[in-house]
Design a protein around this ligand. Structure first.
Ligand code: NI
Length: 269
């Protein structure tokens, strides 16, 4: 079964047909999905989704571009949410110097505070890091992130930098970009990174793979990403699916699905 480690089904882009899309997971081999938070508003939506669907897991956290108004009170609400069943990670958190707002000091503050939270609650983290490699690595090192663990979602840095993250025990999230004609850097990273350090993700509704680039993305399109990774790694698609399923279960510490992920029943919480 395919594990989509990062998809935003709480997004308004799915308001029209959310149940229909989730209802088709089985037929396309999607065994489990993690829906990460980005704002305080997304928190309640994710709690509801996770409660309603056996194959959807949740992560809670504030995206760096959304942290301008964040408070310690919000952090406590996130902490309470993380203690609910099937909440597997803190995220997405990190640094975004591409949009570069709010100011970097504030992004760094809430990144650290949410790393603290993850450590205290014993959860891995989902990292969003864009145009901020050096500061991300520095903060991860300062916060002894190797003891926390997690995933660098939508990995966009060089193949040379990747070992800095996976030697800290982190996984690299690979999605639609690997199928893009201009996705050479990520293809190179996939070639050089052990398959044991890679997890599949969509970032739905964004980042749809070729030949659906520009359309609304969903887990139903992940097979194109699987096919591309299989081609790069010169492996059968099934081997990529099985290994990345195991990796995702290790990442999110889901004991119940550590098997080969061959049956939908193993994904029930
Ligand atoms: Ni995301």
């Amino acid at each position: 079964m395919i594990f989509d480690t990062h998809a935003h089904y709480d997004d308004a882009a799915f308001d029209e047909d959310r149940e229909e899309v989730i209802g088709r997971f089985g037929e396309l081999g999607i065994g489990a999905v993690t829906d990460p938070g980005s704002t305080m508003e997304s928190l309640d939506r994710i709690i509801a989704l996770v409660g309603a669907h056996a194959n959807i897991y949740g992560a809670l956290g504030i995206h760096p571009s959304e942290c301008a108004e964040m408070t310690e009170k919000d952090l406590e609400r996130i902490r309470q949410g993380l203690r609910l069943p099937k909440m597997v990670a803190v995220g997405e958190i990190g640094l975004d110097y591409h949009w570069d707002t709010p100011e970097r000091k504030l992004q760094q503050h809430w990144f650290r505070r949410q790393l603290d939270l993850a450590r205290e609650e014993g959860k891995p983290v989902i990292i969003h890091s864009r145009d901020a490699a050096a500061d991300t690595l520095q903060i991860l090192r300062e916060c002894r992130a190797e003891e926390i663990g997690g995933v660098i979602h939508c990995y966009s840095y060089s193949a040379e930098l990747a070992p800095e993250f996976w030697r800290m025990g982190f996984f690299l999230g690979v999605g639609g970009v690997v199928t893009f004609r201009n996705g050479k850097k990520l293809k190179e990273t996939v070639r050089k990174t052990p398959l044991e350090r890679i997890v599949l993700e969509t970032d739905s509704p964004y980042m749809a793979p070729e030949p659906h680039r520009g359309e609304r993305n969903s887990s139903l399109l992940l097979r194109y990403v699987v096919r591309q990774i299989a081609e790069i790694k010169e492996l059968p698609a099934e081997a990529v699916v099985e290994q990345t399923w195991k990796n995702a279960c290790r990442l999110y510490r889901m004991e119940e699905c550590k098997g080969a992920g061959k049956s939908a029943a193993t994904t029930q919480a």
